[in-house]
Ligand binder design. Sequence first.
Ligand SMILES: NC(=O)C1=CN([C@@H]2O[C@H](COP(=O)(O)OP(=O)(O)OC[C@H]3O[C@@H](n4cnc5c(N)ncnc54)[C@H](O)[C@@H]3O)[C@@H](O)[C@H]2O)[C@H](O)CC1
Ligand SMILES: [K+]
Length: 514
Amino acid sequence: MKIFSGKQIYDADKFTIEKQQITSEQLMERAAIQIFNWIHSRLQGAQIKIHLFCGIGNNGGDGLVLARHLNEHGYNIDVHIVNYSDSRSEDFLINLDRLKEKGIWPNFLNEDATFPAIAQEDVVVDAIFGIGLNRAPDDWVQNLIVHLNNSQAFILAIDMPSGVFMQDMVPSSEGAIRANYVLTFQVPKLAFFLPQTGVFVEQWEILDIGLDWEFLQGMETDYELIGKNEVLAMYRPREKYSHKGTYGHALIVGGSYGKIGAVTLACKGSLLVGSGLVTAFVPKCGYLPLQSSFPEAMVLTDSAEEKISNIDFSISPNVIGMGVGIGTHPTTAQALSNFLDNNTIPLVLDADALNILSETPGLLDKMPAQSVLTPHPKELERLLGKWENDFDKLRKVKEFSQKYDCIVVIKGAHTITVYGNRGYVNTSGNPGMATGGSGDVLTGIITGLRAQGYSALHAAIFGVYLHGRAADIAVGETGFQALIASSILDHIGKSYLDLFKVVEPEDAKEEKGK
Ligand SMILES: NC(=O)C1=CN([C@@H]2O[C@H](COP(=O)(O)OP(=O)(O)OC[C@H]3O[C@@H](n4cnc5c(N)ncnc54)[C@H](O)[C@@H]3O)[C@@H](O)[C@H]2O)[C@H](O)CC1
Ligand SMILES: [K+]
């Protein structure tokens, strides 16, 4: 599913209004009725106090339309206008008049206003700012936001949590509504998925307001949300008349004394996603543990006992996963540098291989084109230097990807795979995955997919999805705390099977934003 910028959404708005020959005010009515239906189907007329906080733009307009419909259905509402500017939008004004015609006089909040008391059992509808926010709210509006956040009431945000920008950072951790639920129009918004702004969105759901589908589909976007439908299009079926040679040979290079397990996990990941063969290249101390714990893997050893010192092998793998458990010893760094001088085999680079690349001048230039890098936040910082915020981080990663023609997998709660100017935001995965070894499994998975002929970009996007989905299935048996990297491995098979499971309507609900 595509993720659009604010400008693209306004363009789609405009196009839809012209094509469907409706007014913007009718589109607002349509959008707000969707919100009303959502609330009404849940509350069924319950007399809970609903406080609607409406700005003076179209997000506020949505709030006013909603207030009218709630009132018509007998709900117990209080409407507050957050009067942060004199530039009220036309559709806001139309709907303010309509509300007044119904005998509802909103409470106008200005700079010196006392904020209304809100009880914990009340519901707050946040319609202060939507996608139009373009500068930090005034201090008093920020104070109101803090007041609402502190109320402990359930907060339902319309379109965006107020204070969260479409393409910039929230100025302070107190600067935006912490929404329990966001009902967002038509398309997901990038800010929902970034660590610094995603915290303002506990759950989200898309409401279809009938923006022109063809127009939306025809637009190129910088970001895409990756779920089952998107990865199914990448899936490569197994052929009947195939053999292990058909599915490639993955080589995992890594390990050092005390970190051979990382190589084992990566090798298992490669084979479990379907690589035909997997070989490990490890220091001598890794030979016995690997051979005894994972008989499916072949093992080659370095001449050194405890660390990689010379990456030299006589096989012809079609991809190499490099770096898990490898350490940053100068001998190993030199071995990696020497290896890169002559290597043309596609690479997946992780862990200390990335640290060596960031610390050794000139080494990044030696990466073959289309290498896949899988850094966690600290490794990414070593590669890029510091960033100001998540949006700045994405800009920097895109530049880096273009400069080195590589794919960067920014690991996190919503892992984002970046290639060139595009980012692919993953939707699978859970906090149980924050555990030692889960990154090694991912490296193995991506390497194993690449070995089978997936392009570097598809191997990264699909691999990240499968990895997260395996963990989502596993967590049902283990809970977050007891989920370990091996549990992810154990559920890779089920995550493949899950791709072809038909989603029942009830399950479909669970697939929405969590
Ligand atoms: N296609 C759709 O998705 C539809 C969306 N609708 C709703 O419209 C809003 C966007 O409305 P807009 O009037 O453009 O912006 P906002 O209401 O978010 O903001 C109001 C207005 O205020 C100005 N402004 C921005 N930042 C500040 C600030 N810090 N202080 C003061 N004033 C500020 C700026 O000029 C904004 O224009 C969208 O989110 C939906 O809720 C339609 O109802 C239906 C179609
Ligand atoms: K809002």
